[in-house]
Unconditional design. Structure first.
Length: 505
């Protein structure tokens, strides 16, 4: 038996520690620890509920828009505003969240996980005329190697030509990511941490110039998704085809409705259909009253699993059996994975939209796979690029529906007491905010993020979380350089900054 500890797995979005027990080259047990903690939920108590949108965005600087969306949706639910938001306000929110989600998927593949499959050191062998590749080559030759070098001697499979092509796309992705932030900021007011998303709509005045500025950037983003991002993910899935069977995890999926869309004259439909997917392709409706949080192995005071509407955040850093600052969300006591695969398959199976069905079927056919292969490390990358494609196609339709000069917000007086829930699809999956208000002030606020679901520790029944299950049974070729563990965990796009947010009292 050998213990492998990787800490941190990623530095960009919170610290995550993975511990694996390996015997004869196979992971026999695994534990995932969220090692960072803050204090957002506790900070919100006693504040005006309308302030929550600005505070909860500070949970994460990489993807604050989902928290803004979930927060204002929770406030509007408690205030009875859901059906009163102006059409422009709904569309602008969709455009902000959608643009940020697409760019986040691009960021994840090229910047956060792509180097697990691509060896950028091959650029040092490049003798062509591509300006970007030559600039990168000079950069590396001068000793400015981070984050590209050094590289471990692992199973990189792409030849030099393909490697240099994808590395050039890496460089282009940086420019596309920048333009996506610019596009979202046109309606969001600033980035990070949007100023214009408010309960009641979007406060940014809508003009024809802003619509035009958004559209030309969007066209470049869509072109990149379809002609660079999708082919690159397909190439990784085909070249590293063993990863279509590796890292399957719990194989239960959970998703929330997200992105309000018009049906029969009113916004009572959604682009992504929420639901549960079990046994590979069996869809069923979701009932959020069945969601609980278990703290058996979290650094919190012990309690029975609680629904987030009545959840508690009571830290206990010296808890003997605790090993993570993450709680353990469960649905009917069972372990569920959330993320783009869940969003795509829940919609594919539950909504039966022909456009989405054709898109998914075409991608699976191209890699020579089927739905079962979506439950894997490579499948999560495929689910992410399919999600980006689905959203990108809809962004064009939404921006064309905007009406310059018409209202974007509605005024309201918040009730003194009430409860609300805000749900949406963040880039990493199902995000929920639960709000309670008493005497005009927040009395309780609970957030369950996608990474809280996926990186959760064991629960009172001893069930490992999705990351942990995805690692158990994994074959490790070289224990001193366990790239397999990194590829599996990073396929989920971990964000522990979002998953943990408390302080000691």
């Amino acid at each position: 038996m050998k213990k492998i500890v990787i800490h941190p797995i990623t530095r960009i979005e919170g610290h995550l520690r993975a511990e694996a027990i390996v015997d004869n080259g196979e992971v026999k047990d695994a534990s995932i620890s969220g090692t960072m903690f803050r204090g957002i939920e506790i900070m919100l108590k006693g504040r005006d509920p309308r302030d929550a949108v600005m505070i909860t965005q500070r949970i994460c600087g990489v993807c604050p828009e989902p928290h803004a969306t979930a927060s204002v949706t929770a406030v509007e639910d408690y205030a009875g505003l859901t059906d009163k938001i102006p059409e422009n306000g709904i569309l602008m929110r969709n455009l902000i969240l959608g643009t940020r989600s697409v760019s986040d998927h691009i960021l994840h593949f090229y910047i956060l996980s792509g180097l697990d499959y691509i060896d950028p050191a091959r650029v040092l062998e490049y003798n062509g005329s591509d300006r970007d590749l030559n600039t990168l080559k000079q950069f590396l030759q001068q000793g400015y190697s981070t984050p590209f070098l050094p590289r471990d001697d692992i199973d990189y499979k792409f030849d030099a030509k393909t490697t240099n092509m994808v590395v050039s796309h890496y460089i282009k992705a940086l420019d596309i990511y920048r333009k996506a932030q610019q596009a979202a900021t046109i309606f969001g007011g600033k980035w990070p941490h949007d100023a214009a998303i408010v309960s009641g709509g979007v406060s940014e005045k809508l003009t024809a110039d802003k619509i035009t500025g958004f559209m030309w950037r969007l066209e470049e983003i869509i072109d990149f998704v379809k002609n660079y991002y999708l082919p690159d993910v397909i190439a990784v899935a085909k070249t590293y085809s063993e990863y279509l069977e590796i890292g399957k995890g719990c194989q239960n999926l959970l998703a929330y409705d997200s992105y309000r869309t018009k049906s029969n004259g009113s916004y009572n439909d959604t682009l992504f259909k929420g639901g549960l997917v079990n046994n590979i392709d069996k869809y069923s409706e979701i009932d959020i009253s069945n969601i609980t949080e278990d703290v058996t192995y979290g650094w919190y005071k012990d309690s029975e699993p609680l629904h987030p509407a009545s959840g508690k955040t009571e830290p206990m850093a010296d808890k003997e059996k605790g090993y993570s600052w993450l709680k353990s969300p469960r649905y009917n006591g069972e372990v569920y994975e959330v993320g783009p695969v869940a969003n795509v398959l829940s919609t594919y199976l539950g909504k039966k939209d022909p456009h989405i069905k054709n898109m998914v079927d075409s991608a699976l056919s191209e890699i020579g796979g089927n739905i079962s292969n979506m439950y894997s490390a490579a499948g999560r990358h495929l689910g992410r690029v399919l999600s980006a494609n689905i959203i990108a196609d809809q962004l064009l339709d939404w921006v064309r529906q905007l009406k310059a000069g018409e209202p974007t917000t509605v005024e309201y007086d918040p009730p003194a007491d009430g409860k609300g829930v805000g749900l949406c699809a963040a880039p990493r999956g199902a995000l929920g905010h639960w709000l309670s208000v008493k005497d005009g002030r927040i009395s309780n606020y609970q957030v369950i993020t996608p990474t809280a679901w996926n990186a959760s520790p064991k629960d009172k029944e001893g069930q490992p979380g999705p990351y942990e299950q995805a690692l158990i049974g994994l074959k490790i070729k070289e224990s001193d350089s366990p790239i397999e563990i990194l590829r599996v965990i990073r396929s989920f796009d971990p964000c522990t900054a979002c998953a943990v947010h408390l302080v000691t009292p």
